[in-house]
Design a protein around this ligand. Structure first.
Ligand code: PSV
Ligand code: MN
Ligand code: MN
Length: 389
């Protein structure tokens, strides 16, 4: 690697930020079992304290996404002040449309206008939370869909969705964004109402400039070329955010980059190629749950994995790549990527952390800190399951 490339990579990495999900710090599980862990956060204030630990040791995770109503508190301004005291801020506000009996047949797409109005009103509440916390991103994952052919009119549901989304969009203040996520299956299995990036993008284009697509890496069919989607959304300026995680069989919410680090590298390569690491409006968020592994170390490892993939993408020799591509040298072009991917970037990231006054190994530094033992001692009185109970 040339000195110039190295210096530019270090400068870019110093600017990179990754947003943490509050739900990574509560107990979670599958529909079969929630494994409680000692010391786990019992309320949103403690979730933020844990997220602040991840930022303290990585220096790269200064925001926390909230999920409403999982993270309901009486005073959101107080929660935001608590975050600020700990050196972090509130990121995206995730609306929750999947835990209410009224939503059995849908929320924003429901045939009954009264139910749609209820779902829209929930977003008004989320926008109030944004105003109170200084958040600028309203993130909407639509869990609506149908289980049987003929169950409902596919087109009618899209029309109702378009209308509901317009009403949600109208709630936004200037400077706020609507991030619209897609998912190809689950909780419904015949047709999801926003199954893919194309559907999400069509709705965003109809809404206006403040609407952008969220790409959750776990929400695609096996074999999908995710970096192609990244490139396409960047081309039209509508990639608003990632929900990073790792999938093996389904929407597994495992540690990002754990199953397929080369895929994560290919995704980050498209980001770097489009100069979208900072300043392009892409929010790099994690959407993960740690069911069997410790939560704070799981998030630290996740941040490190994103940083490593980014560092490798930054080390691609773009001139050599372009030359190989234009001369039709297939293997040299592919080699420009695999050379960068094969580079051990851990020393570079250790140097980055030391330049910020951090321990070069955040995972080991947290383990030595005694924080995990302290919260296990102090946080007695039960654990809260936010998911899958
Ligand atoms: C749905 O699978 C999802 O990816 C959405 O982002 C939710 O908000 C998140 O998981 C947590 O449930
Ligand atoms: Mn997600
Ligand atoms: Mn998901």
């Amino acid at each position: 690697m040339t000195t110039d490339l190295r210096a530019r990579a270090l400068a870019a990495l110093a600017e990179q930020t990754i947003e943490l999900p509050s739900w990574a710090f509560g107990n979670s599980g599958t529909r079969f079992k929630v494994f409680g862990q000692p010391g786990v956060a019992r309320d949103p204030f403690e979730k933020i304290e844990d997220a602040a630990q991840v930022h303290r040791y990585t220096g790269a995770a200064p925001r926390v996404s909230l999920h409403v109503p999982w993270d309901l508190v009486d005073d959101f301004a107080k929660l935001a002040a608590h975050a600020a005291d700990l050196g972090v801020s509130i990121g995206a506000i995730n609306s929750n449309l999947f835990q209410d009996d009224d939503y059995r047949l849908g929320s924003l797409t429901h045939p009954d206008e009264a139910v749609r109005d209820k779902a829209i009103a929930h977003h008004a509440r989320c926008v109030d939370v944004m105003r109170a916390t200084g958040s600028t991103d309203l993130k909407l994952w639509l869990p609506d869909g149908t289980n049987y052919a003929g169950q409902d009119d596919l087109r009618g549901r899209q029309d109702r969705l378009a209308d509901s989304l317009q009403q949600v969009y109208a709630l936004l203040d200037p400077g706020m964004r609507l991030l619209l996520e897609y998912k190809f299956y689950e909780p419904y299995f015949y047709a999801m109402d926003i199954p893919d990036w194309g559907t999400s993008l069509l709705h965003c284009l109809a809404l206006g400039e403040q609407a952008t697509v969220v790409l959750d890496t776990g929400h695609h069919a096996p074999g999908t070329n995710i970096e192609f989607i990244v490139m396409q959304l960047l081309r039209v300026g509508r990639l608003g955010a990632f929900d990073f995680n790792s999938r093996y069989y389904g929407d597994d919410d495992l540690i990002v980059g754990s199953a397929d680090p080369f895929q994560l590298f290919r995704i980050m390569n498209e980001i770097v190629a489009a100069d979208a690491l900072t300043g392009a409006g892409v929010n790099f968020m994690l959407d993960q749950c740690h069911n069997i592994e410790p939560k704070i170390p799981g998030q630290i490892r996740s941040v490190q994995n994103v940083q490593e993939a980014t560092a490798k993408a930054l080390l691609v020799d773009r001139e050599a790549l372009a030359a190989a591509q234009s001369s039709g040298d297939v293997l040299a072009a592919h080699g420009a990527l695999t050379d960068a991917f094969s580079t051990d970037v851990r020393p570079l990231l250790a140097e980055l952390r030391e330049s910020k006054g951090l321990d070069p190994d955040p995972y080991a530094a947290y383990a030595r800190s005694g924080h995990a033992e302290r919260i296990a001692r102090e946080r007695v009185g039960g654990t809260q399951a936010s998911w899958g109970a």
